[in-house]
Design a protein around this ligand. Structure first.
Ligand code: UPG
Ligand code: MN
Length: 743
């Protein structure tokens, strides 16, 4: 099929094709729907026959019904992704026929960082360098670094990076490098040696050592800022300057209009601007969304490029031609006029190993691997996403103008960025009280009100009538790291759960408001994520109830001799099998899929549950919950264990208690069932077969947890405290179950 109408068919800029599995998906969905209806009918019938059964049986059926309803809802919502999957392709090589390089749009890059100790400044520098070195006219690029931690260490790292950039950028261009993050490039194995290479490598190592030394010491001694034009800026870090209370610091580190800021080969360098917005304990700062809105304004005042790229500090560019792929869509007037954003996937820089935490789940969770034309592209996932600036100011047909004309997306900046006037105004719009009584965060810019500001903003923009695209080239556009300890991973996921519920239960809820604004399929697709934490209901039910029943020889799932048995088998294999196929057809390995489904189970027993509870407490006003940063520091020992495929527990967190309990109870019920089977009791014919299989599957999933409880002695093992508490609670739970089942 042909995209980009009006272009010669011989040289399209982009195309898309529906995937072959579409028809199969739809047929399967029809069958599966029937099966779900039959299952619900079975439950309803059992409930109605209540008079002839016991209260116990009634409650078990009711609780199974509730979990199955959640499963059915999640399954139905996920079908929105499967009705019309497409795959897109871009042809950047055809661009030169439609657009000249001097007509390329300007690009403002936003890099967010918030804490020099959790997000090492050298990582942030590498991200920035990889983007500054894009294969794009450097005079069209401006890189803005948002430092929410307000740290002089970060500013220092960037003043050093700027010096290095004037060597690094020409080096990348002349050698046509693909990896333009120096750290990644120098660590890669296929390097060709040359004197020039040796020189630049030395330079990088020196800069890195210097920056890391300063960060380790935690302060910048005077000797380091000698001859530095930024000395004045460092003076802003007075005694009273704290991360939560400080004035705005905006420092132009590289200025492309400055004749001195050229690289060693005489080419322009991109603008590089350090921004730390003003913070005060008395005004809300809205975390990352607030930081991005401050950047939207500061960049509007200084450069106002029509395209904005948002980037987390731990995700670097892996393909210098990425912006050209974007242009393939923007050069198509039919698409350009209502396109809010193009999202690129962020893959994990995983050294080709299988990640025990199934890191690909992040991809499956947030980015559907396919594009959904007419129905959906993807949601915005916070990083690796190019926006049209215009999208932040009202729907495609009506502009919601900002307070000042200077912030209007159509405004043309006609003064140099270092001029007094521009700098003063930039500081003004970065003020902590600037947003009071304005539309920022509500009608303009990144939206406030949810800890998943990315998901929420993408959703709201699409409700306004904007479209989005998913661009999934073979070579990943961005690579980054993922947490290597399970507590970091679950903490991150808990924050997402709270944020998603904030959207699900707001007046902009995805199901009603979403379906009304964008149609039922989009509403469902967004709901699949908004109600994500609900997974904890079926996961917890199916991890405890059938097992406790098994321990008491009570049969709560169909017997092998009943026709219902086949219904259960179909429902289970159908959902699991389709998930497996989607994963594998998209290039995932079997082992990765296994890891990903294990993490799904673990999340169900941990962060989905705790996230839901914390959301509840938060909405009752009992507790508050902020944006807890994910740590990007890689402890050597932890890294080693992680890459050996060992789960990293280590901290005594309540999050691990229900998980350990499930591990214990499933092990016991499975062993009990096995014993009964071996001594020849008729428990299998009695219908406990499904319950046995379920326990067995969970035990298999829990193998690393048994290891962490009993076999390991390193720092990452399950803390004894957790094991003791979980054992105690499991004993209490099974005793109560015994009393209930045998009353
Ligand atoms: O007050 C804050 C908090 C965070 N950040 C930045 O936000 C980014 C994401 O934070 P991180 O701790 O890495 O969270 P993750 O869970 O890894 O982030 C995912 O989830 C977030 C929403 O919860 C999205 O914003 C991110 O883009 C997405 O990668 C980082 O660059 C931070 O520096 C800020 O700028 N200000
Ligand atoms: Mn992150």
């Amino acid at each position: 099929m042909e995209g980009g109408k009006g272009l010669r068919a011989a040289s399209p800029l982009h195309t898309f094709e529906p995937l072959r599995r579409t028809a199969l998906n739809r047929i399967f969905a029809a069958f599966y729907t029937c099966a779900i209806i039959v299952l619900l009918y079975r439950h309803a019938q059992a409930l109605l026959n209540y008079s002839t059964t016991s209260l116990l049986y009634f409650s078990i059926t009711l609780s199974l019904l509730i979990s199955d309803l959640v499963l059915a809802f999640m399954w139905a919502a996920a079908q929105a992704f499967r009705v019309r999957p497409i795959r897109r392709k871009e042809f950047p090589e055809n661009l030169k026929r439609v657009i000249k390089e001097e007509d390329f749009p300007g690009l403002d890059v936003f890099i967010c960082t918030a804490d020099p100790f959790k997000e090492p400044p050298m990582n942030v520098v590498n991200t920035a360098l990889s983007l500054m070195a894009y294969d794009y006219p450097p005079e069209k690029i401006s890189v803005y670094v948002s430092d929410d931690g307000g740290s002089a260490l970060t500013l220092f790292a960037f003043t050093e990076a700027a010096k290095f950039a004037s060597y690094w950028l020409p080096f990348c261009r002349e050698n046509n490098l693909m990896e333009r993050s120096p750290e990644v490039y120098f660590a890669s194995s296929n390097l060709s040696w040359s004197p020039e290479f040796e020189k630049i490598k030395m330079m990088y190592e020196n800069m890195k050592a210097k920056v890391e030394h300063v960060v380790d010491k935690g302060e910048i001694s005077d000797e380091y800022i000698i001859d530095n034009p930024h000395r004045e800026a460092f003076k802003k870090w007075t005694k009273d300057f704290t991360r939560t209370d400080h004035p705005a610091v905006i420092q132009v580190i590289l200025d492309r209009s400055d004749r001195e800021d050229k690289d060693v080969s005489g080419n322009y360098l991109p603008n590089l601007i350090y921004v730390s917005r003003q913070k005060s304990k008395t005004s809300p700062h809205h975390f990352k969304a607030g930081a991005l809105n401050a950047l939207l304004r500061v960049s509007a005042v200084m450069t106002n490029a029509p395209i904005v790229l948002t980037q987390d500090c731990d995700m670097f560019s892996n393909d210098p031609k990425t912006p050209l792929r974007l242009l393939c869509y923007l050069s198509d007037p039919a698409i350009q006029s209502n396109l809010a954003y193009v999202q690129f996937p962020q893959r994990f820089h995983d050294k080709n190993k299988d990640d025990i935490y199934g890191c690909e789940y992040k991809r499956l969770f947030k980015i559907n691997p396919l594009g959904f034309d007419g129905l959906m592209g993807p949601n915005y996932v916070g990083s690796g996403c190019f926006f049209q600036r215009r999208a932040f100011f009202g729907g495609p047909s009506e502009l919601v103008p900002p307070e000042f004309d200077e912030l209007n997306p159509n405004h043309v900046v006609d003064k140099p960025i270092k001029s007094q006037e521009i700098l003063e105004f930039a500081h003004h719009v970065a003020g902590c009280n600037y947003e009071n009584q304005t539309k920022w965060g509500y009608l303009n810019g990144f939206r406030y009100g949810s800890l998943v500001e990315d998901y929420y903003t993408g959703f709201r923009l699409q409700c306004e009538g904007w479209k989005s695209l998913f661009c999934n080239p073979k070579r990943a556009a961005f690579l980054g790291d993922n947490p290597i300890t399970i507590i970091d991973l679950l903490g991150q996921c808990k924050r997402w759960c709270i944020g998603l519920f904030e959207v699900a239960f707001s007046k902009y809820n995805t199901l009603i408001y979403g379906s009304r604004s964008m149609g039922i399929f989009m509403g469902l697709a967004y709901s699949h994520y908004a109600f994500w934490p609900l997974w904890c209901i079926p996961v917890i039910h199916y991890s405890f109830l059938p097992q406790l029943a098994l321990l008491n020889k009570v049969c709560i799932l169909p017997k092998t001799s009943e026709p219902w048995f086949f219904l259960y088998v179909f429902l289970f294999l159908g959902a699991y099998g389709q998930d497996f196929l989607d994963f594998v057809l998209d290039g995932g390995s079997v082992k990765r899929w296994w890891n990903a489904q294990r993490m799904w189970m673990i999340r169900g027993l941990t962060c989905y549950l705790f996230g839901s509870v914390e959301y509840l407490l938060k909405s009752l006003g009992i507790s508050t919950h902020g944006f807890t940063l994910t740590s990007k520091v890689q402890d050597d020992e932890q890294s080693k264990r992680y890459w050996q495929g060992t789960f990293e527990f280590g901290v005594a967190s309540p999050l691990f208690v229900p998980l350990t309990m499930a591990a214990i109870i499933n092990l016991f019920s499975f062993l009990y069932g096995l014993k009964e089977f071996l001594v020849g009791s008729n428990i299998m014919d009695g219908g406990l077969f499904l319950q046995m299989v379920l326990s067995g599957l969970i035990v298999l999933n829990c193998l690393p947890i048994y290891g962490a409880i009993a076999l390991r002695n390193d720092k990452g093992k399950m803390p004894t405290q957790v094991t003791v508490i979980a054992t105690f609670l499991s004993a209490a739970l099974s005793s109560s179950a015994y009393l209930i089942f045998n009353q």
